[in-house]
Design a binder for this molecule. Structure first.
Ligand SMILES: CC(C)(COP(=O)(O)OP(=O)(O)OC[C@H]1O[C@@H](n2cnc3c(N)ncnc32)[C@H](O)[C@@H]1OP(=O)(O)O)[C@@H](O)C(=O)NCCC(=O)NCCS
Length: 170
């Protein structure tokens, strides 16, 4: 099945019906990619346990199919290195069957629109991505993200910080 990346949209986990939630939990990425993004069940659990004002899980939908997932955190729920005007992106994944078709980059654009609408006080999106994660880095670059700040050593190896400015900081 070929899905039109341009129609990618994001849907809040809390607004998903049971079938949509099951589809999120059934998303598959390779064992190696789990090193980068972690298991989806853990990501969903973190979203459910989080403060709804600071943590949101977004299912990525193209047409009627759930094809991916991403979590956003801000405020006290975000790691210490994240500025108070920023939100951090975590756990992004596109199901293996749909990778490499532009859906990741389109979903990142839809996610930025979601933040502008629902978290208007957030003016920067940021994340740390493993330096060896070429597909991840490329997808972020295609969505307008750029490297920012110094590289650091993370859980798997060297990580680069990447960011997307949504509007001029106040
Ligand atoms: C990262 C991820 C979400 C991207 O989703 P996607 O739908 O495949 O993304 P896109 O198709 O928009 O873009 C991927 C780009 O990476 C490129 N790419 C894929 N594998 C690559 C590799 N091994 N080396 C270099 N580039 C690669 C693709 O060619 C494409 O670029 P192009 O359009 O210029 O050809 C997806 O690969 C994924 O789920 N990975 C596992 C989890 C993960 O790493 N998440 C990120 C954590 S920070």
């Amino acid at each position: 099945m070929t899905l039109a990346a341009a129609s990618a949209e994001v849907v809040d986990w809390r607004e998903l019906a049971a079938a949509g939630r099951e589809a999120v939990l059934a998303l598959q990425i390779s064992e190696q990619q789990i090193e980068f993004a972690g298991p989806v069940a853990r990501s969903v659990a973190a979203c459910e346990a989080g403060d709804p004002a600071e943590v949101v899980g977004l299912a990525i939908r193209v047409d009627t199919a759930i094809v991916g997932w991403v979590v956003l955190k801000r405020g006290a729920s975000a790691p210490d290195w994240v500025a108070d005007y920023a939100a951090v992106v975590g756990g992004l994944r596109i199901d293996l069957r749909h990778q490499g078709r532009g859906i990741g980059a389109a979903a990142l654009a839809a996610m930025a629109r979601w933040v502008a609408e629902h978290w208007p006080g957030t003016s920067l999106l940021t994340l740390r991505v493993d330096d060896g994660n070429a597909a991840g880095i490329r997808a972020y670059e295609k969505a307008g993200w750029a490297e920012s700040g110094e590289r650091c050593v993370g859980r798997v190896g060297v990580e680069r910080t990447m960011s997307l400015r949504l509007r001029a900081a106040a």
